[in-house]
Design a protein around this ligand. Sequence first.
Ligand SMILES: NC(=O)c1ccc[n+]([C@@H]2O[C@H](COP(=O)([O-])OP(=O)(O)OC[C@H]3O[C@@H](n4cnc5c(N)ncnc54)[C@H](OP(=O)(O)O)[C@@H]3O)[C@@H](O)[C@H]2O)c1
Length: 325
Amino acid sequence: MRTVVIGGKGHVGTYLVPRLVEAGHEVICITRGQREPYQPHAAWASVQQVVLDRAAEETAGTFGARLRDLQPDIVIDMICFTLESARHLVEALRGQVQLFLHCGTIWVHGPSVQVPTTEMQPRRPFGEYGIQKAAIEAYLLQEARTRGFPASALHPGHIVGPGWAPLNPAGHFNPQVFARIACGEELTLPNFGLETVHHVHADDVAQIFMQAIAHWSNAVGESFHVVSSQALSLRGYAESMYAWFGQPARLKFMPWEQYRECVTEQEASATWDHIAHSPNCSIAKAQRLLGFQPRYTSLQAVQESVAWLITHNVITVPSTPISNP
Ligand SMILES: NC(=O)c1ccc[n+]([C@@H]2O[C@H](COP(=O)([O-])OP(=O)(O)OC[C@H]3O[C@@H](n4cnc5c(N)ncnc54)[C@H](OP(=O)(O)O)[C@@H]3O)[C@@H](O)[C@H]2O)c1
């Protein structure tokens, strides 16, 4: 298979591209050439790099044709954020590809009704990012089901891995929250700390892309959640991280309106986005139809990532944790 990965050097591409190469794909990776994968891998030596800026090519109306000229069997689109962008690509690739995998997000869902949320539940997205991703999903599935375009949408949760800061127990990305927990300092959480977050390790996201390729006929025309087997409450997440550092949990709770005044605007904005969604998604469909088996629990994924933050001096902690989840 000749497989083009659009945006293949990020969180997911770091794991996905080596997996594709190892499985025998001829891989072409499209990026602007600004970033390197989070980890080196010998497989990258056999990957063809195509440097282009999707945004600029789309403005010029040439992105779809550039893709088609690469003659892919499979296209994996990691960086599609608007319906217009998706339409442009589908029009160019119609009848040309065997499989088209779109990387979506669990933000296609708004507030949960019945949890764990299944892919069948009506979409109630909010925020421009989720609204656009839900529109892309609806469009691609309709194209697949009514016009035979071989698309599938894979929706990750909060992607975690060594090399970047994971979403923390306060629902934002400041890695110093982990340092404070490690020192046994008090951590304030919004409300009762019972709102939820749903992480996934980047390698498990890579795994489901490989499974979708292997189970082509089950994947096309369908969307799948890509998360760990269970979501975490903020409180449970915080308590588990105190325990991992060998510290007693010291938590304080504050109503949202008070809480938001005690953190930076950026932190408040990230926390609000996460607790307003409070994702708790089911992976039963991906397990059943694609054979998806996430290797990491949420805590295992986060702890691997926090261990990286410690060894790379992003955060300083008094002692190295020894317990495993
Ligand atoms: N991060 C999360 O927690 C999360 C959660 C749910 C869903 N998602 C979804 O995951 C997808 C992103 O995957 P990721 O997190 O693996 O990506 P990422 O880490 O953001 O990496 C993006 C990749 O795309 C390339 N890129 C960015 N802009 C480009 C452009 N204009 N033209 C060509 N290449 C470009 C980057 O390389 P250069 O900079 O060198 O171009 C890089 O290789 C998105 O669809 C997002 O909605 C992410």
